[in-house]
Design a binder for this molecule. Structure first.
Ligand SMILES: C[S@@+](CC[C@H](N)C(=O)[O-])C[C@H]1O[C@@H](n2cnc3c(N)ncnc32)[C@H](O)[C@@H]1O
Length: 306
């Protein structure tokens, strides 16, 4: 059977959570369950682990791997942006969680399943939704967004240097034929590419994916909820794969907001919601990057709640 996902920064991230048996933990991005498995191991059969994933395939994966048979384990089939609402529905009180982990982005399973439309390597419907139960697909987005919006998406999320040209090309193309498949978009990218071919494709596809799944909006909501749900001394560890995400996490762990603006309390004192555990992000070792190319862009930050 194809491996669902190879976990990135596995031991480094779980060590930073400082797990103690009997605690309440959250894996916000279950995926292939690699991080969850190690968390459960460290919990030594005591306490609770809530694993979130908005992808129905990840849910099926828990059953295949018999996670569900573990009485301390609960799978929450939801977007992690609803962390607080979902945990409260499970009977978990605000300010009582001991550790929360998020390993952002998509899994290898999602990228390698052709019909999900995440990858330019396969011809398929251009979908890219992590949860196929709702929302616009990447094709919808190309067929409906304005030139300015498309330019912003390609520039901010894809960091494409010719984002305006590509956005205008999308508008012209869709007047002739609606976008439907990965191939439709790939062909347009090929005609407009700038710089290295594969890099251009992956950045253009990544830009669409981040918009389709509102990845930055979800991250911001999640971090706000995490701050509320954690107990004093509780830890948050986040692995990012995009510079914008890393900047948001860095700011949030410094100030409690993603803009990085120092907040003040009623008396004008600067508030410090977190103590940093990692001053600089932890990156994958040379050995890990050799074995797993995806780990090359990973950055792990952790903080404990004051
Ligand atoms: C990189 S994989 C996680 C891999 C996992 N840590 C492991 O070791 O197998 C990211 C997973 O998070 C899920 N995900 C991404 N954003 C999410 C969100 N906003 N809410 C819930 N799940 C999300 C994806 O569906 C994917 O399965």
């Amino acid at each position: 059977m194809m491996m669902y996902h190879e976990s990135v920064l596995l031991h480094e991230s779980i060590d930073l959570l400082g797990i103690t048996p009997g605690g309440i933990y959250v894996d916000a991005t279950f995926g292939g369950g690699g991080h969850s498995r190690l968390i459960l191991e460290k919990m030594g059969g005591k306490g609770r682990l809530f694993a979130f994933d908005q992808d129905e395939d990840a849910n099926r994966n828990t059953e295949q791997q018999e996670f569900s048979a573990n009485p301390g384990f609960t799978f929450v089939p939801s977007n992690f942006r609803y962390l607080k609402r979902q945990l409260r529905a499970e009977g978990i009180r605000v300010g009582t969680v001991n550790g929360i982990l998020a390993d952002l982005g998509v899994s290898s399973h999602q990228l390698d399943t052709a019909e999900r439309g995440f990858s330019y390597r396969f011809e398929a419907e251009l979908d890219m939704r992590m949860s196929r139960l709702e929302g616009e697909t990447a094709a919808d987005l190309l067929n409906t967004r304005s030139s300015e919006e498309l330019q912003r998406i390609f520039s901010e999320f894809g960091e494409l240097r010719n984002s305006k040209t590509l956005a205008q090309a999308v508008i012209q193309e869709r007047e002739k034929k609606r976008f439907r498949t990965t191939g439709d978009f790939l062909e347009l990218c090929s005609k407009n590419l700038m710089g290295e071919r594969m890099r251009y494709f992956s950045q253009a596809f990544q830009a669409l994916r981040m918009e389709v799944n509102d990845e930055l909006g979800a991250l911001e909501d999640f971090m706000k909820d995490a701050l509320e749900m954690l107990a004093p001394g509780g830890r948050l560890a986040i692995i990012t794969f995009h510079s914008l995400e890393d900047r948001m996490v860095k700011h949030f762990m410094k100030t409690g907001n993603v803009e990085g603006e120092p907040d003040q309390d009623f008396y004008g004192n600067i508030t410090k919601p977190w103590d940093l555990i990692t001053r600089k992000p932890v990156e994958a070792s040379a050995e890990e990057t050799k074995q797993n190319t995806r780990s090359r862009s990973a950055k792990l930050r952790a903080a404990s709640k004051n």
